[in-house]
Design a protein around this ligand. Sequence first.
Ligand SMILES: [Zn+2]
Length: 308
Amino acid sequence: MKKHAAFLATFLTALTMAAQTAIPEWCRPLPRAEYKTLERVKVSDPWFEVYKPAPGVFAIYEPHQAEEVISYLILGEKRALLFDTGMGISDIKKVTSELTKLPIVVLNSHTHDDHVGGNWDFADIYGMDTDFTRKNAMGSREDAQAEVTPDQICGTLPAGFDPKTYVTRPWKITAIVHDGDRLDLGGRKLEVVTTPGHTPDAITLIDRANGLLFTGDTYYPAPIWLFRPETDLAAYAASIRRLAALAPQVKLVLGAHNIPVASPTVLAQLVSAFDKVQSGKVPAVPDSPGKVLHKVDGFSFLMRAESR
Ligand SMILES: [Zn+2]
């Protein structure tokens, strides 16, 4: 009997290992070690997982799509700010309504498709005054379609969602934000720090009183995408320096993909890693056509093959 059980255990281990090699790393069971101690908040929609990285802050995570995007719902006493609205594959508005009854204003870390998918469903949307933002606010199909090819999806798409008709729906900007603007949520102030580079409209939010820095795609703990035509590497280098200078006021860095928590020490390390790339000290490893990956000191940057 025992022998039988041992055989079965070995067989099952082999089977699990085989299955795991077929599953991409991003699709493995959650939570990851970096945030498994965070409080998880139950919501009714299985497309999302919600964690609580700080008091009054919800990380709304979409683990079943390869971007592993994270939107943040940040609560004040009078209103809440939703920093990004995710893919638009499932109903993020419904999730937010399960998390707060406060009125919600949307502000995007930048307007790539994976951060604005639910914008259309909200009435109050703050945005940056850039042509890039205005163009994206008109909606698009191409980028959205690339997000739902079978290799980009892990598990089941929400019932009723049809990948063939999936688009980023247009939305209306109701107010413009500028560098240094303070958004008062009642008992919590968020300050806008413009951090162009990844896109012309990339921003970071700092909650100085609570030491929280929401970095969008300017920093997240996975290959940072710096290959798109709208990416400006010189602007990116300047923006991450600006964030590193804020580190003494920061307790927690909250990026927009993969893992919602990082230490502020990561900001100075990011500057030094990117400087090494810019000075040509980091080999370029070919990635997909036209793109190279620069890996250094625990960071990686996905860049245009010809750029540095
Ligand atoms: Zn982006």
